[in-house]
Design a protein around this ligand. Structure first.
Ligand SMILES: Nc1ncnc2c1ncn2[C@@H]1O[C@H](COP(=O)(O)OP(=O)(O)OP(=O)(O)O)[C@@H](O)[C@H]1O
Ligand SMILES: [Mg+2]
Length: 257
């Protein structure tokens, strides 16, 4: 189980721009759960993921995996068990390296040696196979610099890369937002298949309410650093997009947006 216990997050503490985003925030995610996270811009979704990955410090509380606190664990160590696809297609890949080099690096994540040894051309067929599932022709671009790929192609490759190592957690931050509707659909289905096949515990932030409703076994809605709506299991199954949209709209009206 992944658990955030009484987490407090304050941005720019002690300065005029101080902003308390989370105050005694609690969330538990069971092993094997696929959690969809929705919520308005600035509600704290990416910050929540950053806290779990150790990318930003917290001012109070604890993050635990099982009974063990991971607060002292450095970000790179956490990534041994966490795969992450970022909101920004430019993150998570190295633009000046080829797709092959990026995939090799991703597969060697957490191992104690550099790029020289990480490049393993005999793996190229395996990478080709993995990429071909995307149906984007990326299998023919192994020797292209990743910086020359489109944002969507990069994002799709990043998803494959994030699951090349044996991870327990998959963290997705609007990973289909940069994709055209057809590719987004394909990537979403593939994501679901990967999560099931590898028995991952997944958290997916999305602004696509249909994906949030259709995929995963639990949904939460965030607003201003709080969880304002939550459904799991059969109750989530019964949800439809209109229900979630109505709650979303009602909250926005309350906030005056
Ligand atoms: N590095 C930072 N320094 C100061 N404030 C920050 C920082 N990162 C985020 N914030 C603030 O924290 C709040 C939550 O931001 P966050 O990026 O977590 O939102 P989000 O729910 O992911 O939004 P979006 O849907 O737009 O991606 C916002 O008010 C934002 O301005
Ligand atoms: Mg965000």
């Amino acid at each position: 189980m992944l658990e955030l216990k009484d987490v407090t997050k304050i941005y720019n503490p002690g300065s005029v721009t101080e902003m308390c985003l989370f105050e005694k925030f609690n969330l538990s995610i069971e092993k094997g759960e696929f959690l969809s996270i929705v919520g308005s811009n600035g509600s704290g979704k990416t910050s929540l993921l950053n806290i779990i990955c150790g990318s930003i410090p917290i001012e109070g509380g604890e993050v635990r995996i099982g009974k063990r606190s991971i607060d002292k664990m450095k970000e790179f160590k956490r990534y041994r068990k966490i795969g992450r696809v970022y909101q920004n297609p430019a993150m998570g890949t190295c633009p000046n390296l080829t797709l092959l080099e990026n995939m090799s690096l991703a597969e060697n994540k957490g191992r104690p040696f550099g790029l020289g040894r990480a490049i393993n051309k005999s793996r190229s067929n395996y990478y080709r196979e993995q990429l071909s599932v995307l149906g984007l022709g990326l299998e023919n671009k192994l020797y292209d610099k990743v910086g020359s790929l489109s944002g969507g192609q990069r994002q799709a490759a990043a998803l494959i890369m994030s699951t090349l190592t044996p991870i327990d957690f998959l963290i997705l931050d609007e990973h289909t937002a940069a994709l055209d509707p057809k590719t987004a659909e394909l990537i979403m289905q593939l994501t679901d298949e990967l999560i099931k096949a590898k028995k991952l515990t997944a958290m997916m932030v999305t602004h696509n309410l249909r994906y949030a409703v259709e995929y995963g076994n639990r949904i939460i809605m965030m607003d201003n650093g709080n969880i304002v709506f939550e459904k799991a299991g059969a109750e989530k199954e019964a949800l439809c997009v209109e229900d979630v949209l109505k709650i979303f709209t009602d909250i926005s009206i309350e906030c005056g947006n």
